[in-house]
Design a protein around this ligand. Structure first.
Ligand SMILES: NC(=O)c1ccc[n+]([C@@H]2O[C@H](COP(=O)([O-])OP(=O)(O)OC[C@H]3O[C@@H](n4cnc5c(N)ncnc54)[C@H](O)[C@@H]3O)[C@@H](O)[C@H]2O)c1
Ligand SMILES: [Zn+2]
Length: 569
């Protein structure tokens, strides 16, 4: 059956005893959606337990009430709907549910179902809600009834085997499925198994550089030269629709604003735009409030979407507005600077600066998708572009020797912004960041720490110069040299690796030393750095290219000696 689907709900189906209601409720809580259980709804409306409806009015009457309840439920949005185990058999119900939501089926072996229904929650006339199982041999009846419904359950978009899983684990799986499947082409028929489904998603989307998979959401990062032209389609595929508010800065909007607006309009979005002044000074609460005002004025709703079009400043600011407006509305990241493509747009960190410090106010809030078009880098000012390469090289140095070799081999193509090499470098670098983020979404487990390679000294340099002298990547390049030299000094890293890093940074036009700065100022700023836990600075050092080690026992005199070395041009 071909369905024109507009997916805005999640429907949980499956046999009795698979935990539909509890799971649906938990999913709704985690996604902050509404929750509706059709059986409960029927009981509430009729004032009768399900078993009594069956007894007094017959199954036919119950199915009729069920159909009505489902019809109403399907008019909702952002609702997790738990439906009765037999509801999906009805083709009308199926079609309605599939048109408006994603159907997830919870599976369990008949024995597990029997255990859950009859052992863990003993069957009694008062609590009885499963009249169809009221027989002498319930296990046999479960097997029969389940087998007869299996073809219908198989039509679900996704199936989760719940045997041995807790409600919370099943809920986590449902959310993961939602994150993955909502990006699929909405017109596709459901495929039988989850593996083939995910496989086809990746095949259908050649531009997927990586998936960011966090506890609350999974979403694709698309990277492709000229991909901006496809943003409308990609957003539709991710089941986004309605109104799109483009948030951008003046520089970026003047080049790409009308083009993106046109493409989105062509894809059926009602578009309006809010343009802020360029520069880090804009990333503050005052501009967040202006964005809220704009959204209120245009009556933005929870199902509308914000499109953050610009560098990391716009991404952080617009993402923060998206995270907080109406307690979170959909947003899409369209990074246009190299730093934003390979770093800021991956990981869901959004926020604004406070007068007392950078990024002091913020949240973790993942977008629905990220779309990076490296062609936009052709208009990025040269110094900004060069600064971005520092983070790209950093990704190679900390995690991927092969990628570092790729950068070395393709340096000339990359400097010329040759489309294929450029897209490859951006995609790979974004994937490395995603890989780290996936292991530690909220920076709680310390795994994200390795991304701070080069950043301890960089933050010192930036703060000591009031963020005026260096672009972030420039400071990071110098900081990476400091970290590499420190690693060498501590006997961890061979000199050849330090030289290799230096040569690559320099070829990209990045600084590897500084002059004219007071070292005590830098040291003080480093001590104040927010990434410092307790007293000792946690240094991200290298053992080899692609292999990091975290050390909190680095002697002060070694740090001073390295800073001194960095001033010797
Ligand atoms: N959220 C995160 O995880 C994360 C990570 C790293 C950095 N950041 C943040 O990102 C910001 C830095 O990002 P950035 O370097 O992109 O700064 P930015 O957004 O200020 O962009 C730099 C300059 O380039 C211009 N620009 C961007 N794309 C362009 C294009 N394609 N053509 C022409 N001009 C273009 C901008 O208008 C701006 O003037 C900082 O606020 C930083 O805190 C966040
Ligand atoms: Zn950085």
């Amino acid at each position: 059956m071909k369905l024109d689907r507009r997916i805005s709900n999640l429907c949980i189906t499956g046999f009795s005893g698979t935990g539909k209601s509890l799971v649906a409720e938990e999913v709704a809580r985690r996604l902050d959606w509404d929750f509706l259980d059709t059986d409960d709804e029927i009981v509430r409306q009729t004032g009768k337990p399900i078993a009594e409806i069956f007894r007094q009015d017959g199954e036919g009457r119950f199915r009729e009430l069920e159909r009505q309840t489902i019809r109403k439920a399907c008019q909702q949005r952002r609702t997790v709907i738990a439906i009765g185990g037999g509801a999906i058999v009805d083709p009308q119900n199926y079609e309605l549910l599939a048109k408006t939501g994603l159907i997830v089926c919870l599976e369990a072996k008949p024995e597990t179902i029997y255990e859950r229904l009859f052992r863990e929650a003993p069957y009694s006339p008062e609590t009885e809600v499963r009249p169809l199982l009221a027989t002498d041999n319930p296990l046999e009846r479960i097997k029969q009834l389940k087998a007869s419904r299996q073809p219908y359950y198989a039509e679900a978009d996704w199936t989760i085997h719940t045997d041995g899983l807790s409600v919370s684990e099943v809920a986590g799986e449902v959310i993961r499925a939602w994150g993955l499947l909502r990006h699929m082409h909405p017109h596709l028929n459901p495929l039988p198994s989850r593996e083939s489904r995910l496989g086809s998603q990746l095949k259908a989307n050649d531009d997927v550089a990586c998936l960011v998979e966090t506890a609350t959401q999974s979403y694709p990062v698309f990277v492709g030269y000229g991909l901006l032209n496809k943003i409308g389609g990609k957003m539709r595929q991710a089941a986004l629709s309605g109104r799109a508010t483009i948030i951008s800065d003046k520089n970026v909007f003047s080049i790409y604003g009308s083009k993106v607006a046109e493409i989105l309009e062509g894809a059926g979005f009602a578009v309006n735009s809010f343009v802020v002044p360029p520069g880090e000074e804009t990333k503050n609460m005052g501009y967040a409030v202006r964005i809220y005002d704009f959204l209120v004025e245009h009556r933005a709703e929870r199902d509308d979407v914000i499109v953050a079009l610009g560098g990391g400043m716009v991404g952080d600011l617009a993402g923060f507005a998206a995270a907080t407006f109406l307690r979170g509305i959909f947003w899409v990241q369209v990074p246009t600077s190299l730093i934003a493509m390979v770093d800021a747009s991956i990981g869901g960190k959004v926020g604004v600066n406070h007068a007392e410090g950078k990024n002091l106010i913020g949240a973790f809030y993942q977008p629905t998708l990220v779309l990076a078009d490296p062609q936009t880098l052709t208009t990025l000012p040269q110094r900004e572009l060069v600064s971005g390469w520092a983070e790209v090289i950093k990704h190679g140095m900390i995690l991927d020797k092969e990628f570092l070799e790729f950068l070395e081999t393709n340096i000339n193509k990359l400097l010329k912004l040759e489309p294929e090499a450029l897209a490859q470098a951006v995609a790979r670098s974004a994937a490395i960041k995603a890989q780290v983020v996936n292991q530690d979404e909220k920076e709680r487990e310390g795994k994200r720490t390795i991304l701070n390679y080069g950043h301890t000294i960089a933050h010192g340099l930036e703060a000591a110069t009031q963020y005026k002298r260096f672009l972030h990547g420039e400071a990071v390049a110098i900081g990476m040299m400091g970290a590499a030299k420190l690693s060498q000094r501590l006997g961890l890293l061979p000199a050849a690796a330090v030289e290799r890093q230096q040569a690559l940074l320099q070829k990209f036009g990045l600084p590897t030393a500084f002059s004219g700065l007071d070292l005590t100022e830098i040291t003080r700023a480093m001590e104040l750095d927010k990434k410092t836990k307790g007293k000792a600075i946690r240094w991200v050092l290298l053992q080899d290219i692609g292999k990091t080690v975290i050390r909190s026992d680095v002697p002060q005199q070694d740090v001073q000696a390295v800073l001194q070395e960095l001033t010797e041009l």
